[in-house]
Design a protein around this ligand. Sequence first.
Ligand code: IVH
Length: 586
Amino acid sequence: MTPTEAQHKIQDLSKLLEQHNYNYYVLDNPIISDYDFDQLLEELMALEKQFPEFLSPNSPSQRVGGQITKEFKSVKHQYAMLSLSNSYNQEDLLDFDRRVREGLGLASGLREPQSPSALNLFPEEIDYVCELKFDGLSISLIYENGKLTQAITRGDGVQGDDVTTNAKTIKSIPLQLKGNYPDKFEIRGEVFMPRPVFDAINKEREEIGDALMANPRNAASGSMKMQDSAQTAKRKLDCFLYYVLGENLPHQSHFDNMHAAKSWGFKISEDAKLCSGINEVIDFINYWDKKRFDLPYDIDGIVIKVNGYNQQQNLGFTAKSPRWAIAYKFKAEQVSTELLSIAYQVGRTGAITPVANLQPVQLGGTTVKRASLHNADIIEKLDVRLGDMVFVEKGGEIIPKIIGVDFSKRKADSQPTHYITHCPECNTELQRNEGEANHFCPNENECPPQVIGKMEHFVSRKAMNIDSLGGETIVQLFKAGLVKNIADLYDLKKEQLLPLERMAEKSANNLIEGLEASKQVPFERVLYAIGIRHVGETTAKNCEKVKTLDVLIHSTKEELLAIDEVGEIIAISLHEFLVTKKQSHY
Ligand code: IVH
């Protein structure tokens, strides 16, 4: 291939890949398979490697990430990134509407014409755009000649961090625009982590004993600040745009310009609505107050913006926020109920989670009986005691949480809560690592929920995939004293199984066969299955690529660190595990 041919091919492939990205991530309507997409991407990357002079900083290949940012450069915003003032109820909204009308010199107040002759006096309604208030982190994107040139976080509003490399990994952010866009403009929006992505990452973290992420908002902002953009790419972030700024915008209203931005390739929410007058705004809010729980991402309110640019300009800004917009914040539903007891759960990795048992109470359409109490520090900070009336809230998290105590109802004889010092399952003294919020039980080899949990993980689909051995049977086997650890599973005999309750000849055969068949799974899956703290599927795969078990066991911490994506914490965990197992001839 001649350089000119390569250059053309690179351009064609880039355009094609951007279109497929758009179909998938903006329109949610892919027209080729993931496999075909990957083939095209690989072809592009191979050409860019061979002809690096044609590698553009906005090539779709840059979405994979891999560039390391040691320190994010602080840059000044061309237009300050202001925040919005908040409103919490109908009264606040009517006040806002009144201020807008007064600011624009319009008649205010009259909702109903008092007589037919008063019709002429019926005040003109303001056009408001109502939008969902996405709960993530705000970002400002700068485009020049259709190319993304810079992505900046809000920072303190005056200057933020340049996170361009990480922003490029967000597939719904166009790197190259289409259609009739202005030469230079800025567009602002919210980077967020969709709920299903958040849940999947936390599930994986739980499986490997990593600390869970608190909520999708923190997860999104943490992901944007990662030094390795390949890691950001894995976080599968998304981005809705909601505000465009520039000298040469095509229209004189917010709503029309957002439509235009959509045609340039941006992801604009379909749920924005042009409302005539504050009453329609209130209807919109009431609708989403209920409907918001059906969305695959979190919103924490509604944003209301005056649509016309002339009107926006006339209203102007205060020092902190525009006078032409306001945020309405949803109330998190709250109830109070009695704290009956605190249970301490022991997870597979030994982490202790305190859970409140509550007098059942209705909240957000479901009956709540339990709420998370997180850890010892939170219990102490809230000063929750048995018998207290506590306030329970259903926030972004699925499990409701206790947010405070109704001290006015505290009983005179109530006693401060002392966090447990010993494991409720095996009575071993609990430990707590520096910098970690949760206590844990160190008796990993004998503490029943830990041993059972490890076995459940071991047989699970992504691990050894032994589907003939379910959770209930594992508990039965453990209680009957037939297995004390994973290795014991492989010594099980059919005769030992048959006396167990609900264990027919066929299930016993299946179980033994399942175990036998599992000896064939690749080493990387075994490495994942044995449940080394912090070692997930990817790490296990990377270890396997470079090492066999024997080499791995004899590796120093430094050698482990050289494996792809193995950092300090994983290396220490792996090394500790391998050293102790080597000594115990595991
Ligand atoms: S408009 C000048 N629209 O809420 C107007 N903001 O304090 C600037 N947000 O920091 C913001 N969804 O991060 C706007 N549809 C939306 C939004 C939105 C979420 C965030 C944004 C801003 C904060 C408001």
